[in-house]
Ligand binder design. Structure first.
Ligand code: URA
Length: 211
C-alpha cells in the first residue's frame, strides 16, 4: 500500500476510535472528522463544525467554507489537495464557543490526526485554533505570521466567518492567503519560534507532497 493509502487507513481507524469513545462531550451532534488529502503538505484547522457541517458531516461547507474553498481555488489548488478539519469534531449547541474542557477532550484526536497527515504547514482559522498551538498569540497582531512550533510551520489566519463580516478583515484574510504557496514551498521562513511547550507536537520526519 502506498503512503496515502496507509494514512487513509490510519485516519479511518482514528475516527472509529473517536466515534466509539463515549466519554467525549457533544455526543448528541454528528462527527465531522475532517476531509482531504491524507498526504497533504497543508492542513487547515478551524474551530468547530457549524449547522451545515453537522448536517453534511463535512468541515467548512457553509458560507465561511465557500470563502475558504474560493481562496484555495484562487491559488490554483483544489480543495482535495489540502486537508481540512476542526479542533472540535462535533458541533457545540447553537454554535457557541468551544469550552476549554471540550478542546482538551478532543486534543488527543487532533494531535494524532496531525501526526498521521504530518503536514509541513498548518493554517489555523480563528482565535481558538490559533491559541491551541500558540497560547500567547493575538489574532489581530499575529494573523499572517509564520511560526515554528516544534519544527512545523503554523500560520494563524482570521476565521473566514470574521472575514465575511467586514472589508478590513476580508482584505487581510485574502492577503495572508496569497502567501501560502511561498510558505508551503519553503520560500518564507518562520518569523518567530514558539516554545514547543505550547503543544507536544511530533517533529515532521518526512517531506509530504507539495502539490
Ligand atoms: N467554522 C469552523 O470553524 N469550522 C467549520 O467547519 C465551519 C465553520
Amino acid at each position: 500500500m502506498n503512503d496515502a493509502g496507509r494514512k487513509k487507513e490510519l485516519l479511518s481507524g482514528l475516527e472509529r476510535e473517536m466515534v466509539e469513545n463515549t466519554a467525549l462531550p457533544l455526543r448528541e451532534a454528528n462527527v465531522v472528522f475532517g476531509e482531504g488529502n491524507p498526504n497533504a503538505a497543508l492542513m487547515f484547522i478551524g474551530e468547530a463544525p457549524g449547522f451545515h457541517e453537522d448536517r453534511l458531516k463535512r468541515p467548512f461547507v457553509g458560507r465561511g467554507g465557500q470563502l475558504l474553498t474560493e481562496q484555495i481555488l484562487a491559488l490554483g489548488w483544489k480543495r482535495e489537495d489540502v486537508y481540512i478539519t476542526n479542533i472540535l469534531k462535533r458541533r457545540p449547541p447553537d454554535n457557541r464557543d468551544p469550552l476549554p474542557e471540550e478542546i482538551e477532550a478532543y486534543k488527543p484526536y487532533v494531535k494524532r490526526q496531525i501526526e498521521i497527515i504530518n503536514p509541513k504547514v498548518i493554517v489555523t482559522l480563528g482565535r481558538f485554533a490559533m491559541n491551541y498551538f500558540l497560547p500567547q498569540a493575538k489574532i489581530t497582531r499575529d494573523q499572517g505570521r509564520v511560526f515554528d512550533v516544534g519544527g512545523r510551520m503554523i500560520v494563524p489566519m482570521f476565521h473566514p466567518a470574521a472575514a465575511l463580516r467586514g472589508t478590513g478583515v476580508m482584505n487581510l484574510f485574502k492577503e495572508s492567503f496569497k502567501q501560502l504557496p511561498d510558505i508551503v514551498h519553503g520560500k518564507v521562513k518562520p518569523t518567530a519560534v514558539e516554545s514547543t511547550a505550547a503543544l507536544e507536537q511530533t517533529q515532521p520526519t518526512r517531506q509530504t507532497n507539495l502539490f
